[in-house]
Design a protein around this ligand. Sequence first.
Ligand code: 6DK
Ligand code: ZN
Length: 370
Amino acid sequence: MATGYLWHELFGWHDTGTNTGLFGSNPAAGLQPLQHFENAETKTRMNSLVGASGLLEHLVPLAPRPATDEELQRVHRAAHVQRIREESALPKGGDAGDGLSPFGHGGFEIAALAAGGAIVAAEAVMSGQVTNAYALIRPPGHHATPETGMGFCIFSNLAVAARHLQATGQASRIAVVDWDVHHGNGTQATFWEDPEVLTISVHQDNVFPPDSGALDEQGAGAAAGTAINVPLPAGSGVGAYLDVFTRVVVPALDAFGPEIVLVASGFDASAADPLARQMMTANGYRQLTELLMDAANRLCDGRLMMTHEGGYSPAYVPFCGLAVLEALSGHQTGIEDPFDPIFSGFAGQELQPHQAEVIDAAAALAQQLA
Ligand code: 6DK
Ligand code: ZN
């Protein structure tokens, strides 16, 4: 039993800019500029904590390689890949597609390295080199659709890895669990008509993309029922998340029977996040990881691979990531979450009736898979 860990310095160099006019940076109005929310710091600090904690010595280092055009185009239109390549060659770079998602000169190479990192981590799990793996990659991927980037995402990293496993005969039945606080619309769109890929997104109701990720989005054609959405109300805490994983995610995985579980791991449902209003804690993410590991052990020899997505608190993301990596590797560092006494004590961490109503409806969808 070994855990793979993938990071590359270039992921810290993906440049989302300052003075972008986004998210309250408005120099024209005389406001002090801010970094874009999706800046390197949350991820570089998580990587630093993994090193400083000593956990790195208990992980198997994996090195990314760039995804090829052929690999990217298993998910994305050639025109999207080509546009990113061309804008990336410009002195000031470009935007992934929605004006919220700038990238700097050379951004194509970093985005291709992130998608290739997801491929490398997935292959390490399928080959048995490691039991599970965490790809700390950047830019994120789960909003990128076949046609375009959006929501800070350029290429759909996890989807590219899933398609790669299918195309190379390494796996055919794949389950995706997305716990980023935003809807995993890009992953869902990629597999909308593929009955071999189950996508489950647990997100805060109607945050981003706008009007996306409702309960009634369930997949089409032969894949009807293989997309599950759990749009939790704002204010949901650890109790709601544990209930979702116990009553929706794990039963759906059991019914579907995947050969590998892929997780889109954003830490923006944490109590410290500036872009959403949920109350997850590092220990909460640890428990979700343990539930997924139990299911993966039962269903597919423990095969589990996580790609990093969002999470915008540089203070807290590292502790959430460390807790997940401790669970994946079975090795405890003894480093305590300094925020746990505050966040765990918030009233409303327990499951609330209005949250249970949404989870009941999603649990009924998971039942229909069986
Ligand atoms: N909302 C992500 O964390 C990215 O999922 C989240 C992107 C949030 C953007 C917030 C925002 C708008 C904008 C315009 C109109 C309505 C709402 F992909 C990840 F990084 F993982 O600007
Ligand atoms: Zn997010």
